[in-house]
Ligand binder design. Structure first.
Ligand code: FAD
Length: 547
């Protein structure tokens, strides 16, 4: 594994300014990361710039499912169901520790949207389109069987359930591992660098002007092709290129709330109807259960997406309405997040009705913009745009590229053949750490987060002198994330590399000051900067529960 470190920032910047790349990608979400891997594995010279941290946009704020999109069947979008349905298994095989099987329950209720017959047919169709095999194929459960596995469901109106298979992931970690894998193929990527303008020659875009937001110094990056993969910001860059014509983006906000698991003790992930005809997930994950999502038009500041009281109220009502023995209140919320769907606008369609398909726009200057799509479909989106460049355009004068398919490139942190091997490795890690007071859950957290890179973290753990095992492990993780994952700011670590802000906020409260000190030491912050970062982190911790 290559070092991918904030400590090498000036080397990375030298490389960005000294090279003429085949492709420059703007945007470090899953779309940009996927394109970087596809193109670099074919031998192209690839650069990627991200104005914030990697996966700080939509790719860190999704429902965190690698799923076939059952609800797209309702929109008769069979092609999308087929494509993302089939992608699920591929992405699982590329990183079985990070994309883990998750059984879903689709409860059938008196007067609900789905009757037993329709659900049975729908789920069967889902299996066929997505190519689901064996034990993972859908099962229809009667009321008694459903209540046995999920006693929290409402007995009086329950008729049974569909039981089917999806996958759960951590979107931000998936993005960073895809990007690290691209860097193993020599892609050059940097965070906290914003593309502010394009460079043109004879009316054709040949690069971008970029500002390093850490020291406010600008620099140029030259490339034969420039791809705008900025998700919700795609139209902003099209505007800079004077090419925002025809189809445009329609942004909708999606909110998730996190509750302590004992307050919403579902045993399974449940996908259920709400009275306005939408559907909502309740997903148990370790000590918490998260619930989402909303889908409302968004026209405000894309860099400051708030969870409002009304968003929280909508989701809490949905839960209380569904699970009669649960009475959640706003005070029970432990954490939350909100993201923007970069959908393609269609006249007369409401937020929930808009297609989730991706599209590529090409401007007269040659700028390629890609928007829409899903986390699950990142590989295919990448393939489409790289193939477009290769097949239709790339008369890159006599240059030959390798024929690769990213479905055969396992992601960083995984040489697991299947999920069984992941579980075996979890046990090995547990045996290694239990004498330090750690539990099986701690081992699972490490393995699901870092895969086999856990070995590197535990080697570091041996070297660190610290009496508190939790802090000692967190310091080892931080060291790893600084050396290999471009962590620069506290939230890069607490939110996007470890998921703690959402899934274990208490640990953030316990660890925040010693970790900040460690970061300050590694990055040479003075006291003023340390205090500044402390107050930003404290504000964020309070924001995720303030509405
Ligand atoms: P982003 O992740 O937003 O990345 C774009 C990046 O570009 C950002 O990081 C931004 O900072 C950067 N950028 C912007 N402007 C510039 C600039 N000028 N210079 C440099 N960088 C710039 N899909 C699934 O498959 N499963 C799910 O469970 C799921 N759930 C979802 C739930 C919600 C609430 C939402 C909103 C979406 C969900 N999706 C899901 C869809 C999926 O998350 C998105 O399709 C995907 O993350 C979009 O990724 P992206 O890389 O295109 O955009």
């Amino acid at each position: 594994m290559n070092r991918f470190s904030v400590l090498d920032r000036s080397l990375i910047k030298n490389r960005l300014t000294d090279t003429t790349f085949d492709i420059l990608i703007i945007g470090g979400g899953i779309t940009g990361a996927g394109i970087a891997l596809d193109a670099s594995s074919k031998g192209m010279r690839v650069a990627l710039v991200e104005k914030n941290d990697f996966a700080s946009g939509t790719s860190g704020k999704s429902t965190k499912l690698i799923h076939g999109g059952l609800r797209y069947l309702k929109q008769f979008n069979f092609l999308l169901v087929r494509e993302v349905g089939r992608e699920r298994e591929i992405v699982h095989n590329l990183a079985p520790h990070l994309v883990v099987p998750e059984k879903m329950l689709l409860p059938l209720l008196k007067d609900g949207t789905y009757g037993k017959f329709m659900s049975s047919i729908g789920l069967k169709m889902y299996d066929v389109l997505a190519g689901v095999r064996g034990d993972d194929q859908r099962k229809m459960l009667n009321k008694k069987q459903t209540l046995e596995i999920e006693p929290l469901l409402p007995k009086d109106i329950l008729r049974g359930a569909g039981y089917y298979a999806e996958y759960r992931t951590d979107d931000a970690r998936l993005t960073i591992e895809v990007l690290k894998t691209a860097c193993n193929y020599d892609a050059t990527a940097i965070n906290y660098c914003k593309a502010t303008d394009f460079i043109y020659e004879d009316g054709k875009v040949i690069g971008a002007k970029v500002v390093d937001l850490i020291n406010a110094i600008g620099f140029d990056i030259k490339a034969k092709y420039v791809i705008n993969a900025t998700g919700p910001w795609v139209d902003e860059l099209r505007e800079v290129d004077h090419s925002k014509k025809g189809k445009q983006l329609h942004l909708t906000k999606g909110v998730h709330l996190v509750f302590p698991h004992h307050k919403l003790p579902v045993r399974h992930s449940i996908y259920f109807d709400v009275p306005d005809g939408r559907m909502i997930f309740a997903i148990p994950r370790g000590q918490i259960t998260y619930v989402g999502t909303t889908d409302t038009d968004f026209k405000e500041d894309k860099c400051d997406i708030k969870v409002t009281k009304s968003d929280a109220g909508y989701l809490i009502d949905a839960i209380n309405n569904m699970f009669h023995s649960i009475q959640l209140t706003i005070e029970d919320i432990q954490s939350s997040w909100a993201g923007l769907r970069p959908l393609i606008h269609k006249e007369g369609k409401s937020a929930s009705e808009l297609s989730r398909n991706d599209e590529i726009f090409e401007s007269e200057s040659g700028l390629l913009s890609i928007a829409g799509g899903k986390l699950t479909g990142y590989r295919k989106m990448a393939q489409r745009i790289v193939d477009l460049i290769l097949i239709k355009k790339m008369n890159i004068r006599g240059k030959r590229f390798i024929k690769t398919n990213t479905k055969n490139i396992t992601l960083n942190g995984s040489s697991f053949k299947n999920y069984k091997e992941v579980k075996k490795y979890c046990e090995q890690i547990f045996e290694q750490i239990k004498s330090h007071g750690f539990t099986r859950k701690n081992a699972e957290y490490l393995v699901h987060n870092y895969g086999q890179q856990t070995d590197i973290i535990l080697n570091k753990y041996q070297e660190i002198k610290e009496n508190n095992p939790e802090l000692r492990l967190a310091k080892s993780e931080l060291w790893f994330c600084i050396q290999y994952e471009m962590v620069y700011l506290p939230l890069d670590f607490f939110e996007r590399r470890t998921g703690r802000l959402f899934f274990n906020i208490e640990s953030v409260r316990r660890l925040k000051y010693p970790i900040l000190k460690e970061l300050a030491l590694a990055l040479n912050w003075d006291n003023k900067e340390l205090e500044n970062q402390k107050s930003i982190l404290d504000k964020t911790i309070s924001n995720v529960v303030s509405f």
